[in-house]
Design a protein around this ligand. Structure first.
Ligand code: ATP
Length: 88
């Protein structure tokens, strides 16, 4: 049995984040729990499905969404901290 919090600590590494369990899934992305390896701060990491986004030709829409989120700073709106691109 995995104790609460244990799964997050055993996740895979993505940049400076240790990736843990899946928090939810949308149409084009998976959102996962992540912990910053230096500060220990918890974050939600949204992993976009690049192939699906390109095949649906919605990359411009996604870029606009990212651009808007970067500008938004409100206590009731989730804060976008950084955007990274990893090619497999
Ligand atoms: N910051 C967050 N913290 C915790 N869970 C989150 C966070 N952001 C998203 N989620 C979870 O991940 C799911 C998928 O999020 P995502 O933004 O990909 O899609 P959506 O907004 O629900 O739908 P759509 O695919 O139409 O954009 C959400 O429904 C939610 O359950």
């Amino acid at each position: 049995m995995v104790r609460e919090g244990e799964e997050e600590r055993r996740g895979t590494r993505l940049g400076k984040y240790e990736i843990g369990r899946t928090l939810g899934e949308g149409n084009f992305a998976k959102v996962k729990y992540a912990q910053h390896t230096e500060t220990g701060q918890p974050y939600a990491v949204k992993i976009l499905d690049r192939k699906r986004i390109l095949s649906l030709k919605i990359d411009d829409q996604i870029k606009r969404e990212i651009g808007t989120l970067k500008l938004l700073k409100h206590p009731n709106v989730v804060r976008l901290h950084e955007v990274r691109s990893y090619l497999r």
